[in-house]
Design a protein around this ligand. Structure first.
Ligand code: ADP
Ligand code: MG
Length: 512
């Protein structure tokens, strides 16, 4: 290929791309300047190491299609300079900037297009994280998009924009020259990975089943305490199957977060409610987000879904305490060198733990010699403020042989789901919850408006408050749970029975 340098002393081009800050998208302009001088290539503009390595990938990818860079001074500036540029998606905009500056492709072929993609040394364009966010950004500015072929199905959900999704740089060049047409990608839905396990598998455990139903109805955080093998993990795994599917708006948001985290394996829209189960050895960065290359953590991947923390007391205390803020606000702020990133993190928390280290505290058959002190020590690993974030705390006793061998089949998830949806529609019928606010999220005036206590319930509440010395947060949580129980009963007023049941699910007999 022959490149004409138009006889000018310098050549210039610019290409639009994006940087991600949290899940926000920021416009970045890739400016390429080629001037006479000693051959060199420099990338400036607060680029991290992955971007600096772009140079070598771009050089190799261009030579794979028979192009070599001119022996001149090449300066590449990523503007604005105060935004940190992370990730490998700057390869393609840099390569296209060079191609325009070298006169290989006309500037108007890439004008009005946001470009992102990683290059292989052989010129293939590799998938990148954040394609959906970039597409939505382009759409909001009435611009179009060039992204990797593998990210096309995801980007196509952004709606009315023109997307070029080439597999390699040669295919893109041929398209620009009119030799080969690239077809627009079609939006795809992720194949459902989870066939939710059914509640029918779980024998006995009537209290735990009831409490799981209450948690699913009101979106309440739930802590299960019980010996190993009691079925705590079974219960937790069955919660997502009791929740309604994501709304289209939620699906788009969940997909966007997974895309930015680079966790969208087959590029489709996510329709299943997320269920995340991080191990207790998970680092702070893995759980709440951040790290070397800032990414959403498990709690953001659980946005609009369920976060299951098994063996709660084995998590590091610092990690658990960092959940307090997101549990309250539904988002997490990750501190970076010179910036803070905010990721959405509105999840329902379900946690499980043993009552003590050996797991059998309170079990008459296997009486533990260190009881009850060992139970107190073990539960103290979870700080009071974290305990306070649970609306429902219950004991799950050991399963007995009678339970397992019982003849009558347990209720199926589908039947429970119908009751949950009916109770949810009772809640949404209240004007303060018409926007879809779940009972667990009621605050201030809305909480007061939603909860009308029967007189007998008021008397009981007063006695309980005096006796148990509840924190203000615990008090409000009990009120919200009582509201959910009344909704399941389809009653406008919270009765004494509803309140008594809610109070029972906050007792912690083993730790007393
Ligand atoms: N209530 C139950 N009904 C049927 N099987 C149960 C029940 N509880 C426990 N199991 C059996 O025991 C196994 C361990 O249960 P699991 O939920 O992992 O217990 P945990 O998390 O409390 O230690 C399950 O895989 C299941 O086979
Ligand atoms: Mg378990």
């Amino acid at each position: 290929m022959v490149i004409h340098d138009h006889g000018c002393r310098f050549m210039h081009a610019h290409i639009q791309t994006v940087a991600f800050r949290g899940i926000d998208t920021i416009a970045v302009d890739v400016q390429v300047h080629i001037a006479n001088g000693l051959p060199a290539m420099a990338i400036v503009g607060l680029a991290d190491k992955s971007v600096a390595e772009s140079k070598e990938r771009v050089r190799a990818a261009l030579s794979s299609i028979g192009l070599s860079l001119p022996p001149k001074r090449i300066a590449i500036n990523l503007a604005p300079a105060d935004v940190l540029k992370e990730g490998a998606h700057f390869d393609l905009p840099i390569a296209l900037g060079l191609l325009v500056a070298m006169g290989v492709i006309p500037a108007d072929a890439v004008a009005d297009r946001v470009v992102l993609g990683e290059l292989s040394l052989n010129g293939a364009i590799q998938p990148v994280s954040g394609a959906l966010s970039a597409a939505i950004f382009a759409s909001s500015r009435q611009q179009n998009l060039i992204c990797p072929a593998a990210s096309g199905a995801e980007a196509a959900w952004a709606g009315d924009i023109d997307i070029l999704a080439p597999t390699d740089i040669l295919a893109l060049l041929n398209h620009v020259r009119g030799r080969q047409i690239l077809h627009p990608p079609t939006p795809k839905i992720a194949t459902s990975q989870t066939q939710h396990p059914d509640m029918a598998d779980l024998r006995g455990q009537l209290t735990a089943r009831r409490v799981l139903e209450i948690a699913a109805t009101g979106g309440h955080n739930l802590l299960l305490i019980g010996p190993p093998g009691a079925g705590k993990s079974m219960l937790a795994a069955r919660l997502p199957g009791l929740l309604p599917p994501l709304t289209p708006e939620q699906a788009l948001q969940v997909t966007m977060i997974h895309s930015i985290a680079g966790q969208l394996s087959d590029g489709g829209l996510i329709r299943d409610r997320p269920f995340r189960e991080p191990h207790h050895s998970a680092s702070m960065a893995a759980l709440v987000g951040g790290g070397m290359r800032a990414k959403p953590g498990e709690i953001s991947l659980a946005h609009h879904g369920v976060l299951f923390l098994d063996e709660l007391a084995e998590f590091s205390r610092v990690v658990l305490d960092s959940l307090r803020q997101p549990l309250e606000t539904g988002k997490v702020v990750v501190a970076r060198a010179n910036n803070n990133y905010t990721y959405p993190a509105a999840f329902q928390l379900i946690a499980a733990m043993n009552p003590c280290r050996c797991g059998y505290l309170g079990d008459p058959a296997r009486a533990c010699s260190r009881a009850p002190a060992c139970g107190r020590q073990y539960s103290a690993k979870v700080s009071g403020p974290v305990m306070d974030r649970f609306d429902l705390i219950i004991e799950v006793p050991e399963v007995t042989p009678q339970m397992l061998m019982a003849d009558e089949a347990a209720e199926r998830s589908a039947v429970i789901f119908d009751r949950i949806m009916a109770a949810r529609s009772v809640a949404m019928g209240r004007s303060c919850q018409a926007d879809g606010t779940l009972n667990a999220k009621l605050t201030g005036d809305d909480l007061d408006a939603a909860i009308v206590l029967e007189d007998a319930a008021k008397t009981l509440l007063k006695a309980a408050l005096e006796q148990q010395q509840l924190s203000a947060r615990a008090y409000h949580k009990i009120m919200r749970v009582a509201r959910t129980i009344a909704d399941l009963d389809n009653r406008p007023e919270v009765t004494r029975e509803h309140l008594a049941e809610a109070l029972a699910y906050r007792a912690m007999p083993l730790f007393a």
